[in-house]
Structures are given as C-alpha cells and as structure tokens.
Design a protein around this ligand. Structure first.
Ligand SMILES: Cc1cc2nc3c(=O)[nH]c(=O)nc-3n(C[C@H](O)[C@H](O)[C@H](O)COP(=O)(O)O)c2cc1C
Length: 155
C-alpha cells in the first residue's frame, strides 16, 4: 500500500503538518511520501486556469491525503484548480485536512473540506475523513496529534 500526501502550502503551515504526518506514518512502517503542488503563481488573487510547475500524479497511490490552506473562507484556489485537473481517484482511499488561522467556527475550514469532498467525488473518489487545524487555536497541537492518530488508525 502506497500513501501519497499531496500538499499545497504557501507559508508552510500545512506542509509542516503534512511532514509530521509523513514521519508518523513512516514510523509505523508504511510506504508514504509527500508531493507538493507548485503553481507558477501562488498569489491568492491568481485567476484560473492555474498553471502548475509541479502537478503531483496520484495514480501511483492507494491512499491519497489532500492538504491545503483555507483562503477567504474557502479552499485555496490553487488546490481547487489542482483537484479539477487531477486524474481519476476511483478505487483509492482519500483523506483531507486543511489549515487556517482562526480558531472560531465558520471561518472556512468546514467549507474547504466540503469543497475537497465534492471535487474528489467528481473524480470518482470518496473522502473518508477530513480534519481542520486552526493555527491560532490553543489546542492546535492536540488537533494535529488527533489528525495523525485518526489517519494512522484508518489506514
Ligand atoms: C489570501 C489568504 C486568505 C486567508 N483566508 C483565511 C480565512 O478565510 N480563514 C482563516 O481562518 N484563515 C485564512 N487565512 C490564513 C491561512 O489559512 C493560514 O495561515 C494557513 O495555515 C496557511 O497555510 P500555509 O502556511 O500552508 O500556506 C488566509 C490566508 C491567506 C494568505
């Protein structure tokens, strides 16, 4: 079983969580790697279609974990565009997590994960579980630990 963590991260918050997840999965003896989504232009105001300098190929993974920041109460446009361009997710196990700044509810985390879920469904996949990490939350470390534990338990 091969696991791919497919991450877009502009300021490395999301990437740092992805890296902790990668280490934890690898410590369990699992075959896991991170691939970064790299757009030519990562400006939040970038207009679709987004052009990618690195557009990870998901076909080699059995389990795919998508990770992205929340931008403007929604999924970051770079991840939204990537998911529109990604290959089939049929037959794969899929998870997602998003990071955001604000700890309060209704600041985009749930919406962003729903957007990932819909985009994954268009590609024939189903998101089994999704998670939110709020950077300003006092419980941030607990959120990250719980996300890692839940994914380890599931895979
Ligand atoms: C353009 C832009 C819009 C953002 N909008 C939101 C938002 O609506 N809600 C929120 O909680 N955080 C928002 N943030 C904060 C990021 O989601 C947060 O810092 C995230 O962890 C950044 O992830 P990264 O370091 O992986 O890029 C925004 C950040 C940027 C750059």
């Amino acid at each position: 079983m091969k696991i791919g963590i497919i991450v877009f991260s502009k300021t490395n918050n999301t990437f740092s969580v992805a890296e902790r997840l990668r280490v934890a999965l690898a410590e369990k003896g699992l075959d896991v790697e991170i691939q970064r989504i790299v757009p030519e232009n990562d400006d939040p105001g970038v207009k679709p279609p987004v052009v990618f300098t690195n557009k990870p190929d998901v076909s080699r993974y059995d389990v795919v974990i998508f990770a992205s920041p929340v931008w403007a109460f929604s999924l970051a446009v770079v991840m939204k565009e990537y998911l529109e361009q990604v290959a089939s997710l049929q037959g794969k196990r899929v998870f997602s997590f998003v990071t955001k700044q604000l700890a309060s509810k209704f600041t985009g985390g749930t919406k962003a994960n729903k957007q990932i879920k819909s985009a994954v469904a268009v590609k024939g996949g189903t998101v089994e579980k999704s998670f939110i990490v709020s950077w300003k939350n006092k419980k941030r470390e607990a959120e990250i630990d719980s996300l890692i534990a839940e994914i380890i338990k599931a895979v």
